[in-house]
Write a protein that binds this ligand. Sequence first.
Ligand code: ATP
Ligand code: MG
Length: 228
Amino acid sequence: MLSTHDLRVSYGMSEVIHGISFDIGEMETVAIMGRNGMGKTTLFKSLVGILKAEGIVTLGGEAVVDRKPYERVARGLAYVPQGRLVFGTLTVEENIATGLEATGARVIPGDIYDLFPVLLDMRRRKAGNLSGGQQQQLAIARALASNPRILLLDEPTEGIQPSIIKQLARTLNDIKQIRKISILVSEQVLSFATEVADRMLVMDKGRIVHEAAGEAIDAQQISRYLTV
Ligand SMILES: Nc1ncnc2c1ncn2[C@@H]1O[C@H](COP(=O)(O)OP(=O)(O)OP(=O)(O)O)[C@@H](O)[C@H]1O
Ligand SMILES: [Mg+2]
């Protein structure tokens, strides 16, 4: 669904992502674990096309490293940025509708309010008045409005209370089953990643330093990378 080979990203003269390679399969959820400043957001922005990258990025088998963000969205990529970034003065419904623009669809997909019932109740409210957890749900709903084949979420649990984090994990698993899509999520919260991930990659100073899938995921080992 999505793959990178020897991906490198720099800010000016300073290289921050030092040659990352990975593949994400169909209906697979991959979690990229890493402490603050290890390069998760930089990696995501380069996958979306907001930051220029060197190396290979393919989306559904097609090379996209030189494609603009809107072209990648049209090819099935959706992105929920760190800090959610909803439009505070627009209503919930208007925010979701902004996600339709990429595909030219007019109607909000019917499953979105099934996945996020709280947004149905609040659809006429200004997004700026929602709680952090509700804004995160809204940001995901907006991303799903474009009917993506792969959903990228950058630290979705940041600043969200534990009970809502559990609910968010269930929702992500529901999304994968209902939409049959792939998910790439960056995280520092191991309990959340354990709930959703088929595979975990650990990122350290711009490199992948550890990888494990399914039963082989050793939470203790990964938590050592996150706490050093
Ligand atoms: N616009 C920028 N210009 C220069 N350096 C930057 C810029 N943005 C990030 N960096 C540097 O790149 C490195 C990776 O940052 P990045 O934001 O990708 O990390 P992160 O893993 O997302 O961290 P966090 O968990 O805090 O969100 C850091 O050393 C950071 O200081
Ligand atoms: Mg970040």
